[in-house]
Write a protein that binds this ligand. Sequence first.
Ligand code: ADP
Length: 266
Amino acid sequence: GPITTDMKTLTEEIEKFAKDKKIEIDTLKIREEYRKEFLGNVSHELKTPLFTVQGYILTLLDGAMEDSKVRKKYLQRAAKGVERLIYIIKDLDLITKLEIGELHLEMEDFDIVELIESVFDLLEMKASKKRISLVFDTEYAEPIYVHADKEKIQQVLTNLLVNSIKYGQMDGTTEVSVENLIKNKVIIRVTDNGEGIEEQHLTRLFERFYRVDKSGSRREGGSGLGLAIVKHIIEAHNEKIYVESVVDVGSEFSFTLERARAPKGA
Ligand code: ADP
């Protein structure tokens, strides 16, 4: 039939579709609501960087191109905007896969200490721009083996550390620690001494696109999906994630993982 945006017709079509496929109508309606909200959020997120890039290109076409210094500066900024768009789209792709359960965990035993150190190396540059020191604190000097999806835990650590830098203060410190918990569990804590989060936001922090300071964090260039991705990954592991925070003192995000035995020969 003809494509229509008329809501009544759309609802009727959904109902017919559900009847044909013998799907429960409520779930479909919820899914449709969810899809609409998601799309609305997505276009909103993409708008800011797109307008920025468009702004630089139009200014260049408008004459800024004549000056070679200005030209280079504006092109670099446009490129940064495009880079941001790519980050947002990568996060969208990841959260979609996580939400529809398309991403499977590839469990292995690995040394979490080594992984933390490699994430530190990758973020050293970013941290040094705010003169933030990344500190690893552990009571054990030796490797700590965990059983998890290494690549996804790397993503979790990256998102938490990037946030601690973004919302951290100049000359601040981010500390990561690994401790034994009861039974075969370890707890990994990422602690910053940044701006902190007001208590009223803590329960909603892990929702997609939720932000404490709407303008502030968008300026910082995130997708608003970082913590939602973190929560999905940790819950897919059947583990837990916690947040504690005090305004102007700092925040601590922590999550549990299953401890593994050291491999033979290690
Ligand atoms: P984004 O950083 O892209 O906005 P996130 O999902 O990673 O999205 O974080 C959601 C919000 O939680 C942020 O906008 C910020 O307000 C708050 N937040 C996250 N981590 C921290 C932190 N370490 N310190 C203070 N606020 C934080």
